[in-house]
Design a protein around this ligand. Sequence first.
Ligand SMILES: *C/C=C(C)/C=C/C=C(C)/C=C/C1=C(C)CCCC1(C)C
Length: 237
Amino acid sequence: MEKMLNPSDFVGVSFWIISAAMVAATFFFWVERDRAVGKWKTSLTVAAMVTGIAAIHYFYMRDVWAVTGESPTVFRYVDWLLTVPLQIIEFYLILAAIAVVRAALFWRLLVASLVMLIAGYLAEVNPEATTSLWVLFIIGTLAWLYIIYEIFAGEASQINASQGTVASKRAFSALRIIVTFGWAIYPLGFVYGYAGGGNADALNIIYNLADFVNKIAFGVVIWAAATADNANEKAAA
Ligand SMILES: *C/C=C(C)/C=C/C=C(C)/C=C/C1=C(C)CCCC1(C)C
């Protein structure tokens, strides 16, 4: 018989709660898309795609955890491989909504995010190899720091500073906070999860929290900017 979720398994319950939240968020962004104007509609579509893809993966991750008690590493990274590039597209859309942005910027952010995730995956599928585990962790962290550099000091930041509207600047600074502090929860989860012998409970609860912040809260930020721009436009008309 298939094992059911154990109510006293708080990590398993967190998988359950995030599954429900991802579905609800997807529905919300999808419906609210009607209230956004112009290019912001696409941003909300992408936000709904991110939470929708995550919802599907959370259903499976919850089962892997409930049945085996092991980290659902493969589903986790398949989800991230789909949703992180979508979030990079989201940054690009915010900039493209206000200015002509070079495609090279998009590709640099995309490649850096892939290096970060591939390094993390190679580390986590074989955590017994502790030397490569931490070398790969450092490679992934450097790729993340590069993304931070790009949005604080690189071309993306210059475009935002010189050509942003009030709403797009607000969205852009919220994105900076998400990528710096929201994304920082993942390497923290990695350290708690693997330092000193490994702790799958800590790893998964922290990753689940991080996904809640970075997929749902991130979408809400986009939604706030999208609907604020709408209000401005109506006031101007
Ligand atoms: C929706 C999923 C998101 C936004 C996932 C983001 C994942 C990260 C920012 C992962 C970062 C990691 C490092 C910075 C070092 C290597 C280990 C990782 C992959 C956990």
